[in-house]
Write a protein that binds this ligand. Structure first.
Ligand code: PMP
Length: 453
């Protein structure tokens, strides 16, 4: 008997004492525990396992690399997987973004972006620039530098004395606004908040603006009106401020384009952070991709003062390379777009049965729904219902994994990300919806919320 409750206490700890079943193996969109139960990975872990679990071509590529060399320190050797992965990454970037710096995760990618931006400013004689503006809410990572950009007060408050807090502007939660503006006007209104903030801070002190092109965990797949990012780009150009896209969650095809930012080609970034889907869970890997115009002055003036021991190790890069090949071979970016449209339609349809399903949003297979007390006012559910935990547990009990957050500050309330691996098919979308509907029924009954049959 391996039931979770009967296992001895663990020496291992994460955020809480919560125990979960012991993972045995993964296959496609499913994960299996040691008792043989199959869980549908409806959030690809934390929006990571984009090409599904145990992809044989990726495993073979890793095996081949492992038999040759797993590690060669970057100051001692170049390695072919890293070189090839950099080439393949650049092919998928907007023009000019052709310098790649490898890291082992999303927080490291974000740290690298802000440190490169700062060193660029120093290299071109703009030493006054150091402020990186971000949004509230937002999530950019948990290391102290990335945390200073993260707009989630509960995560950063304990560390406030140890960090330099960075300026924040509101995320464009236009779907909550009760005014007469069109979506396009609302997009501009939110973008212009950046301009106001830059003026308030002193434009010569502002280094960069960092944004998730489509919101991730913090805002629940928030998509701004189409006017938003192009106006942001204009404002950055006006003041010579760098635009950083945090594509840790949106990158590598999840939104139905290779980069989330590719939905707005008029607003190209100067630097991009990648991780999660970039190696899709096969190895800890991330990357910063920067415009050559930034990197060259830094390398010409003494070098980039930054780096991580595991950066560019051949095994992680072989995994990343094989993942990119599988994304192409299986045409997963298009598939995310097609399957995303189907899944989004099915999530929209939940509104007919559940008056407490508020907004449904997202792009490609980065999708979310939000629960509210009242769809007209978008008032949140009472916090004591703990919907963001309770519904996830109802789903987990039915062997469906989804991802949730409750974010204060502009966002209506409890939101749930439904982001299965991009290999998903329609029958598997049906399976998600069956389990999700049963979970919502159980949640509604327990919470005393109305549901229509
Ligand atoms: N940026 C974004 C947009 C993310 O979603 C995350 C992870 N949720 C991070 C950065 C941090 O990545 P990691 O947890 O790999 O450090």
């Amino acid at each position: 008997m391996t039931a979770t409750a009967l296992r001895p206490p663990s020496h291992l700890f994460y955020q809480t004492r919560q125990r979960r079943p012991m993972l045995d193996r993964g296959e496609g969109i499913y994960l299996y525990d040691v008792d043989g139960n199959a869980y549908l990975d409806g959030s690809s872990g934390a929006m990571v396992a984009n090409i599904g679990h145990s992809n044989p071509n990726v495993l073979n590529a890793m095996r081949r690399q492992m038999e040759k060399a797993t590690f060669g320190y970057r100051l001692h050797f170049e390695n072919e997987p890293a070189e090839r992965l950099a080439d393949e990454t650049v092919k998928r970037m907007p023009p000019g973004l052709d310098r790649v710096f490898f890291v082992s995760g999303g927080s490291e990618a974000v740290e690298s972006c802000i440190k490169l931006a700062r060193q660029y400013a120093l290299a071109v004689g703009q030493s006054e620039r150091w402020k990186v503006i971000s949004r509230f809410p937002s999530y950019h990572g948990s290391t102290l530098g990335a945390l200073s950009l993260t707009g989630m007060a509960t995560m950063s408050a304990p560390f406030a004395p140890m960090m330099r807090e960075m300026p924040k502007i509101p995320a464009p939660t236009w779907y909550l606004d009760q005014d007469d503006l069109t979506p396009e006007e609302r997009g501009l209104r939110y973008a212009n908040m950046l301009r106001d903030r830059i003026l308030q801070e002193g434009p010569q002190t502002v280094l960069a603006f960092i944004v998730e092109p489509v919101g991730g965990a913090s805002t629940g797949a928030l998509v701004a009106p189409d006017t938003y990012l192009p106006r942001i780009r204009e404002i950055c150009n006006e003041f010579g401020i760098l635009l950083i896209y945090d594509e840790v969650m949106t990158g590598a095809g999840r939104t139905g384009k290779f980069l989330g930012g590719d939905h707005w080609p008029d607003a190209p970034p100067d630097i991009v952070a990648l991780s999660k889907g970039f190696a899709a869970g096969y190895s800890p890997l991330g990357a910063m991709v920067a415009h050559r115009r930034l990197v060259e002055p830094v390398l010409n003036s003494g070098g980039f003062i930054h780096g991580y021991t595991y950066a560019g190790n051949p095994l992680a890069c072989a995994a990343g390379l094989a993942v990119l090949e599988e994304i192409d071979r299986l045409q997963l970016v298009d598939r995310a777009d097609r399957m995303g449209a189907i899944l989004k339609g099915r999530l929209e349809a939940l509104k007919q049965r559940y008056p407490f399903v508020g907004d449904v949003r997202g792009k490609g297979l980065l999708l979310a729904f939000e629960l509210v007390a009242d769809r007209d006012t978008m008032a949140p559910l009472p916090t004591e219902l703990n919907a963001y935990i309770d519904l996830v547990e109802e789903a987990y009990a039915r062997k469906l994994i989804i991802y949730s957050r409750r974010t204060r500050g502009g966002i209506a309330g409890d939101h749930f990300l439904v982001c299965p691996p991009m290999i998903i098919n329609e029958a598997q979308i049906d399976e998600i919806m069956e389990k999700l509907t049963a979970s919502l029924d159980a949640f509604a009954d327990k919470a005393g919320l109305e549901r229509l049959s």
